[in-house]
Write a protein that binds this ligand. Structure first.
Ligand code: TRP
Ligand code: SF4
Length: 400
């Protein structure tokens, strides 16, 4: 039976904050009730950018798992594991690399973007170029069909689909498929045969979607060909034959509505975060000192909530009635900013109460987390090994 399998990973590069909770983890928790879910710590992916500070990765792995558990990710429903403890990911990554055109990796936008953004790091490495292929291996090895990710990761999922298609094309052919397809091309007539070959090459080597569409159209129009031959020609453009690796879909997570303390998106690099398990007093202090509408210099100056980051917090945490209280109080200079912030402080701390409580169990007994991960790794490995066995079979590696 076909099951929807969800897989997602997170890089252990820093302490998690409210942005992760509202943007990612709440969604993970929801999905685990609907699908079979696998969630993992992408420690190898973290090393592609943090290879010169391995202590960062080391410190954040277990803390991150505790954060997941604290937010309600349930090991009884989801499989939780660490990437590097399922070495099959690396083996599949290597095997996939044999059929992955360099150009496909070079033109993925994150490759150049991140190199330009993270100027203080040398990312002209083999490992960093291969980042999306490792991600592809993470996904394909579990035959996951749904991958919850943010917008920026969509090209990686698209790329993974292309790799799967190409793999199936190269290694999933029917007996004699290639010869049959080649014979069918000849039946197209010299001119159309040449065009078909050109388009096919353009698609296979550069992933050119227009070439794929044009080639399909060409086959569509070759009405005089026997149906079997047309089917082969369709398949031959991009694969055909057996599907060994299945193509995943991105499950787009809504952009997090969670603002940072300064009104920009909450992010470690903007230094505007509220940690998931940060000390309650520290959080209250951060909110009390966060900027407000600059027009409100004195208590008696009216303000505009839309120009104030605190208002954005009210949009996340307050009901209609309290929002109205803010709107009227601010515009009419009837409330002070500290007064306005107090319900936000209360709401954030209230939200974190169960998170803190759940985390405490794991902080008190670290062996609990270790055993959850050990179980998860074992379960994940079994599934990964199954896929890898088939991959090795079709790649001619199962000789004795
Ligand atoms: N690249 C992802 C990110 O930066 C993390 C990740 C690694 C991932 N492997 C994955 C996400 C597989 C989904 C599926 O957020
Ligand atoms: Fe911002 Fe509230 Fe102060 Fe208005 S009253 S400026 S919304 S903190």
């Amino acid at each position: 039976m076909f099951v929807n399998r969800v897989l997602s990973g997170m890089r252990p590069t820093g302490a998690l904050h409210l942005g992760h909770y509202h943007g990612v983890l709440k969604n993970w928790v929801k999905l685990q009730h609907e699908y079979e879910c696998l969630y993992f710590v992408a420690d190898w992916h973290a090393l592609t950018t943090h290879y010169d500070t391995p202590e960062v990765v080391e410190q954040n792995v277990w803390e991150m798992v505790i954060d997941w558990l604290a937010c309600g990710v349930d090991p009884a429903q989801s499989t939780l594991f660490i990437q590097s403890r399922v070495p099959e990911h690396a083996e599949l990554h290597l095997l996939l690399s044999m059929v992955t055109p360099l150009g496909w990796l070079e033109r993925i936008p994150t490759y150049k973007d991140q190199q330009e953004k993270l100027v203080d790091r040398d990312l002209a490495t083999y490992g960093f170029l291969g980042y999306p292929l490792l991600q592809g291996a993470d996904i394909l090895i579990y035959r996951a069909n749904l991958v919850p990710v943010g917008e920026d990761q969509v090209p990686h999922i698209e790329f993974t689909r292309e790799v799967a298609r190409r793999f199936n094309h190269v290694f999933g052919r029917e007996e004699g498929f290639e010869q049959k397809a080649e014979a069918a091309i000849k039946k197209l007539g010299a001119k159309r045969a040449r065009l078909y070959r050109q388009l096919r090459t353009r698609f296979l080597e550069k992933g050119d979607a227009d070439a794929l569409a044009a080639a399909r159209e060409l086959v569509e129009e070759a009405q005089n060909l026997p149906l079997g031959d047309r089917e082969r020609l369709f398949g031959y453009i991009e694969g055909g034959g057996k599907v060994i690796l299945s193509e995943p879909k991105a499950l787009l997570t809504d952009a997090s509505k969670m603002p940072g303390l300064d009104g920009q998106k909450m992010s470690k690099s903007y230094n505007n975060t509220i940690g998931l398990r940060e000390d309650a007093e520290a959080i209250a202090g951060k909110i009390r000192t966060m900027p407000t509408d600059p027009a409100r210099v004195k208590r008696s100056d009216p303000g505009t909530p839309e120009k104030c980051p605190v208002w954005q917090f009210h949009l996340v945490y307050s009901d209609e009635k309290r929002r109205q209280w803010v709107q009227e109080g601010c515009r009419g200079a009837k409330i002070g900013c500290l007064e306005c912030k107090q319900p936000v402080i209360d709401a954030v701390l209230e939200e974190q109460k169960p998170i803190r409580e759940r985390a405490q169990r794991y902080l008190d007994d670290p062996t609990l987390v270790r055993s959850i991960i050990a179980d998860g790794c074992e379960k994940a490995r079994k599934q990964a090994q199954e896929t890898l066995r088939e991959v090795k079979q079709v790649m001619g590696l199962n000789y004795s």
